[in-house]
Structures are given as structure tokens and as C-alpha cells.
Design a binder for this molecule. Structure first.
Ligand code: SF4
Length: 553
């Protein structure tokens, strides 16, 4: 029997209360207010338990975005940890490091702010709500509703189902929210954004998106360990030369520090594991002394859309706009996207304002989003590094040489619009990768004082889910996992998930192993959905409010 659902109508629906979505809501409402017009009914929905609960980033922020949105952001007490006062880039060898005597062009952080994205997002939500915008946390959108080629809204996930999908006594059917225009601001690899690939044609001209998985811990350090406003980026060890990524250490207020590591998901290694690389990084002789005697307080992980300008979708469709990380607004050379996410939110707000005035939300009007972007400083910035990530396909040194050519050629480098294919296709089979003397790495020894196992780190992410609900990791074919993948790839999900959701456990009859899931550990990074070599894992939204509860991240 069809479930009867409540239907809510709003003018503008924004999916995701991150910097992009909130900037859009803020600018649109403020603009209407400044023009003396009745503001449109804007609703921002957020799957986390509060705005910012799932916001996670490095994060050194270029303030240009927030300054455009809210010129008085300092008077409004935007939370930040420090201004960047010292900025260095280290090349790591196995035993030591060399500090580069200069920061390569385009990579400096002068004038930038070290922030906690989670605190920043919470603050931006408060500013937005103060304008009268409704921001609903614990509201997870599970389906993009498209009728006759036009987006009409979304449906929120059903609450109160048991593991088998049966209704419990507290069952509440998901609501249909209809809007004149729906804005996808879900962050990296959003589930509705994924649905647009089947339902709409906005990604048809784009090359494949490329991702990194970034993991980070927040530490409290002994006095004087880092200088105020100190930012260190590193490349080289412990990463092998065929993998892309690097590490960072940022000084935060109150003797706190963010330390993290990001690794490309286009690695050929079926045991590629960003969490493990991060632990190896902390054990490096140049990094360990910084952390020695400190205490780890928080943990988080996310994927980072690195593919650049050519992997971005068309930013509009009938009654739909897409912004922020969902659309790949990220400078791949600097690994910075917060300012671009905010700028994309402002451009979306300007576009919606025009559509409201014309009373037309069709592609013909919303196309001006694309025109705004193409004429913007955001486009200029992204176009200059449009082939950056793809240059590293041959390894770190080839990539560095390519980035030099890119600098000289205004962003082109030695090729243009090269599609690297999906990240998952770069993984080599176990027997191909582990040959010629190459062997899997031995188990790392965790002391849980300095090097933490995944479960201890997950605990520090505050991740919580209702246990009695259908798994939000939907495996379309367990037989592939338990048999074919075991033989061909050695079950890479055990490695690439930074939250130990996937484990191969012994069968009761002693005849081998099977895949066991612990979805309640999930920190919503989306790595599994991207990196699975068979693409049998589909990450769908769990009940609203589930997931990490980031603090200071
Ligand atoms: Fe990330 Fe998937 Fe693991 Fe969740 S289950 S933490 S989305 S890799």
C-alpha cells in the first residue's frame, strides 16, 4: 500500500546547511530585505544533528568568500582560530624533511584564516536564521523528485523502520518538500547529486570527478609546540611516489592543533588506506616530536572533490541549481574550497532573485547561474588550475613538473581536459599489485596514545546512528564481496573505509569469511561509494541526525 506523505511547499529549498547552502540562503534573504521586498520562503535542510555537525575540512580559509557575503564578518564575530602568520612547505624523506625556501606560486596562505569549519558553519547558520530563514537539522533528503524533466523537490527519508525495513511503532513517513527551485548543496559526492546522473543530464559534458580521502585529528599540545598562526603543509613520505596526497599541521587557538593527511582514491594499491597513512605520518621522525606529550581530542574524515573545472557539472537545470563541493567548487592546487563554496552560494542567490522577479525557474532563466560563474573570479581561479590534479596521474614528480608547465601556460600544462576515468578503475588487482617482491604492509601497532586504531578515532568523531534502521550502506551483491572481490582485490573496503565499517569475519561453519557491516561507525565520508572497484556499494542517507557530531573540526 502506498504510504501517505505530508507535502510541504516552499519557494526555495536548499539541501545542505554547509557554507554554500547557507551563503545562498543568507544572500537571497538579505538582498530581498535590502530592496524592501518580502523575502521568499527559504528552507535549508541538513542531515546532521545540527548545522556544522557534518562540516569538516582542513581548514585554512581564504576570506574572500565570507567578505563578499558579509563584509562585517569580523564585527559579527566570525569564529576563527588564528590568522596565518607563518606558512611553510616541507618535503618529507623517510627519515627527515626539508623546508622549501619559498612557497610555490599560488600556494601561499598570506591573509588566510585558520578555522574550524564545524564552528564556522554553526555560526553562519545562526546568522542566516537571524534573518528569518528556516534551517531544519536532522532532515535527510533521500530522493530527488523529477517530473517530466523538471525538478519539483525532494523526499526526506522515512524514520522508524527496523533493519529489515518494517515499520516500528515510531514510524514517521518521509515528507515531500516541493519548491520553485531546489539547490543541491550537499557537500562532496552527495546522494541526490549522484541521482542527477540518472535523472538529469547535468554531468553529461564533464570528465570524471577525482577524489582524495582526508582524515584529521585535533590535538591539544604542550605549550609552545607550534607558533601562533603556523601552517605547515608536507609532501613526500610516507606516501609512495605513485600516490597523490600530503599532510598538514595547523596551529589553532588554546594550544590546539589540526593534523591531517589526504590520499588520492586513484591509487593502484588495493590496500590504500588514508587512516593508516595518517598514522604513519604521525610516526614520522619530523612529525612525532610536534605531537609528543599531547592529547588527541577529535577525529573526522571526508572526501575532497579534486577533479577541477572540467569535472564540474552544468550548474543549472529546470528548477535546479548545484553549488559548493557538490558541484566541485574546489581549487585543486590549494585544496581550498570554502571561499568558492560561499561564492557559488552568492551566485545561486543572485540567479534565484532574478528568477523570482521573472517568475520563471526554467533552464532558460537559471542558465544565468552558468553565465555568472563563467564571468566570475571563481571561474578564473579554477580555470588556472584546471588540469592540476590530472597532471599527477604519473606520480608526484611528474605532477610537480606538470604544475610548472601549467603555471607557464595559464593552466593548460601539457594537455587539456584529460579524463582520468573513475577513481575506482585505477585500483589494481591484488595479484597484479603485489608481485615482483612487493608485499602487503604488516599490521600497524596502535598504542592509542599516539597512533590510534579506527574504532578509537571513530569514537572521537562523535558518530552515532539509530542502530535499528535499514543499513545505509546498500550492497547490491554480497556474493561479489564474499567471493570474487576476496580473490581479485582482497576486499579493499576493509582498508579504504576510515571508520572500520567493513570487516571480513569468519563464517560460522569455518569455510572462509564473509563481509560484515557496522553502519553505525560511518562518518559519512563517501569513500566506499567512490572507491569500490565493482561499484556494488551505494551510500544512501540514514535517518536524519545520524552520523558524526564534529567538534572543533
Ligand atoms: Fe566513509 Fe563509507 Fe566508511 Fe562511511 S562506510 S565512513 S562513507 S567509507
Amino acid at each position: 500500500m502506498a504510504i501517505e506523505r505530508d507535502v510541504l511547499d516552499v519557494d526555495v529549498l536548499i539541501v545542505g546547511a554547509g557554507p554554500a547552502g547557507l551563503a545562498c540562503a543568507y544572500h537571497l534573504t538579505k538582498k530581498a530585505e535590502e530592496k524592501g521586498l518580502e523575502p521568499p520562503a527559504v528552507l535549508v535542510i541538513e542531515k546532521g544533528s545540527f548545522p556544522g555537525a557534518h562540516s569538516f575540512s582542513g581548514a585554512v580559509m581564504n576570506p574572500s568568500g565570507i567578505a563578499s557575503l558579509m563584509p562585517d564578518f569580523l564585527e559579527k564575530k566570525m569564529p576563527f582560530e588564528a590568522m596565518v602568520l607563518e606558512d611553510s612547505l616541507w618535503f618529507m624523506t623517510q627519515a627527515s624533511h626539508y623546508k622549501l625556501p619559498f612557497t610555490p606560486p599560488g600556494m601561499g596562505n598570506e591573509g588566510n584564516y585558520i578555522i574550524s569549519l564545524n564552528k564556522f558553519t554553526r555560526w553562519l547558520a545562526e546568522q542566516t536564521e537571524a534573518l528569518g530563514v528556516d534551517v531544519y537539522p536532522e532532515t535527510a533528503a533521500c530522493e530527488l523528485i523529477v517530473e517530466d524533466g523538471k525538478t519539483v523537490g525532494i523526499q526526506t527519508v522515512d524514520m522508524g523502520l527496523d533493519k529489515e525495513g518494517n515499520q516500528k511503532s515510531n514510524f514517521e513517513p518521509g515528507t515531500i518538500i516541493k519548491a520553485s527551485v531546489t539547490i543541491l548543496a550537499e557537500g562532496t559526492h552527495g546522494s541526490l547529486t549522484k541521482q542527477t546522473k540518472d535523472k538529469l543530464a547535468i554531468f553529461n559534458e564533464s570528465i570524471n570527478q577525482s577524489y582524495l580521502t582526508g582524515v584529521k585529528e585535533i590535538w591539544e599540545l604542550p605549550d609552545g609546540r607550534l607558533k601562533e598562526g603556523e601552517v605547515i603543509h608536507t609532501f613526500g613520505a610516507p606516501l609512495p611516489t605513485y600516490e597523490y596526497g600530503g599532510g598538514f599541521i595547523y596551529s589553532m587557538a588554546g594550544n590546539m592543533a589540526a593534523i591531517g593527511y589526504a590520499v588520492g582514491l586513484n591509487s593502484p594499491d588495493p590496500t590504500n588506506d588514508a587512516h593508516r597513512r595518517f598514522q604513519e605520518y604521525k610516526a614520522h621522525p619530523s612529525i612525532r616530536p610536534i605531537l609528543e606529550g599531547g592529547t588527541m581530542l577529535h577525529y573526522g574524515a571526508k572526501t575532497i572533490p579534486e577533479g577541477g573545472y572540467y569535472s564540474m557539472p552544468r550548474l543549472y537545470d529546470n528548477s535546479l541549481l548545484i553549488i559548493g563541493d557538490s558541484a566541485g567548487f574546489l581549487n585543486s592546487q590549494k585544496l581550498k574550497g570554502i571561499h568558492l563554496a560561499i561564492q557559488s552560494g552568492i551566485m545561486a542567490a543572485e540567479t534565484i532573485f532574478e528568477a523570482i522577479e521573472k517568475e520563471d525557474f526554467s533552464s532558460a532563466t537559471l542558465k544565468s547561474m552558468q553565465n555568472r560563474f563563467e564571468a566570475s573570479t571563481a571561474k578564473e581561479e579554477l580555470f588556472k588550475v584546471r588540469n592540476y590534479h590530472q597532471g599527477f596521474e604519473g606520480g608526484i614528480f611528474g605532477g610537480m613538473i606538470h604544475s610548472g608547465f601549467q603555471l607557464l601556460s595559464g593552466g593548460r600544462g601539457l594537455f587539456d581536459k584529460k579524463d582520468p576515468g573513475p577513481d575506482s578503475k585505477h585500483m589494481m588487482k591484488w595479484s597484479e599489485f603485489f608481485k615482483g617482491g612487493r608485499t602487503p604492509k604488516p599490521q600497524l601497532k596502535y598504542d592509542n596514545k599516539f597512533l590510534f586504531d579506527k574504532l578509537t578515532d571513530v569514537y572521537k568523531s562523535g558518530a552515532k546512528h539509530e542502530e535499528e534502521q535499514p543499513s545505509h550502506l546498500v550492497i547490491s551483491d554480497f556474493d561479489i564481496c564474499n567471493n570474487r572481490c576476496t580473490v581479485e582485490y582482497g576486499n579493499p573496503c576493509q582498508y579504504f573505509c576510515p571508520a572500520q565499517v567493513y570487516e571480513m569475519v569468519d563464517n560460522e561453519d569455518g569455510t572462509g569469511k564473509h563481509l560484515q557491516l557496522t553502519p553505525s561507525n560511518c562518518v559519512h565520508c563517501k569513500t566506499c561509494d567512490i572507491a569500490d572497484p565493482y561499484q556494488v556499494i551505494n551510500w544512501v542517507v540514514p535517518e536524519g541526525g545520524g552520523g558524526p557530531n564534529y567538534e572543533n573540526c
